[in-house]
Design a protein around this ligand. Structure first.
Ligand code: 5CA
Length: 160
């Protein structure tokens, strides 16, 4: 077995420290997008958890939206839930607040704790897959685990 990439290893340690017994899986194929991840693990694209970072427009705070790989996020809906306007974060902002690079941002274990929303569409699946620190690393989890790990508020955030 090859040792995990340092970022995947760091995330594996975070999972274990938080008491979750899930294992990080490093794949030869790229998993940097939801479609690529679904292809690599052989699941439906809807079962992929996209960890998307937004930024509050006035206060520059990070917000995490955990969206089904099938959906695009309606920022107006998130605005309504949050009470603040948001925009998409850039790569530097993502790295600063999560400690991970785009394409490998996991749903938990970030540098800055942040308000988190969970796409209600993710709850229909028995099994989900999320990024685990790098664009080659994923881990399997249930919707209940996703909620427990992130403390996210389940909501309708999808674009029509
Ligand atoms: N590893 C997969 C899921 S297992 C993954 O990380 N997918 S993702 O959707 O959560 O992360 C990729 C997302 O990063 C894209 O959907 C996009 O919203 C965002 N992104 C990609 N490039 C940029 C960029 N240059 N600036 C800001 N955001 C970006």
């Amino acid at each position: 077995m090859c040792p995990l990439h340092p970022s995947a290893q760091r995330f594996q340690k975070i999972l274990a420290e938080k008491g979750f017994s899930r294992s990080v899986l490093e794949l030869p194929d790229l998993t940097h997008t939801a479609a690529a991840a679904a292809e690599a693990v052989g699941c439906d694209v809807g079962q992929i958890v996209k960890s998307l970072i937004f930024k509050t427009k006035k206060t520059d705070r990070p917000v995490l939206v955990l969206a089904s790989g099938r959906n695009r996020v309606d920022t107006k809906k998130v605005h309504a839930l949050l009470g603040e306007k948001i925009s998409k974060a850039d790569a530097d902002f993502v790295r600063l607040h999560t400690g991970f690079a785009i394409g490998g941002v996991p749903p938990l274990g970030h540098v800055s704790p942040m308000k988190t929303f969970v796409d209600e569409d993710l709850l229909q699946y028995d099994e989900l897959w999320a990024a685990a620190g790098t664009p080659h690393a994923v881990f399997k989890l249930t919707p209940a685990e996703l909620q427990a790990m992130t403390g996210g508020v389940v909501a309708d955030i999808r674009q029509a």
